[in-house]
Design a protein around this ligand. Structure first.
Ligand SMILES: [Zn+2]
Length: 76
């Protein structure tokens, strides 16, 4: 574990441990903060979850959106 493991950026394409019922396991991060909002890559469904829960359920980052988020990143 390192600090990068906990980073979440708007625009990230991530793979979750659990496959969505629609068959897709890739999600796009559309909002970050104390809660993280992700959109299913298959059916477009939006799910909000606690940031901590999101980090735990995230399996891999396919594409990092951090480079597109520099202007509006809110550092804690
Ligand atoms: Zn879906």
């Amino acid at each position: 574990m390192n600090a990068a493991d906990a980073s979440v950026s708007v625009g990230d394409i991530v793979k979750m441990k659990k496959t969505h019922p629609c068959g897709s396991d890739t999600w796009t991060v559309i909002r970050t903060g104390a809660d993280v909002k992700i959109k299913c890559g298959g059916c477009g469904r939006i799910v909000m979850m606690d940031r901590f829960v999101f980090i735990k359920r995230r399996k891999a980052i396919i594409t990092s959106g951090s480079q597109n988020d520099i202007t509006q990143s809110s550092k804690e």
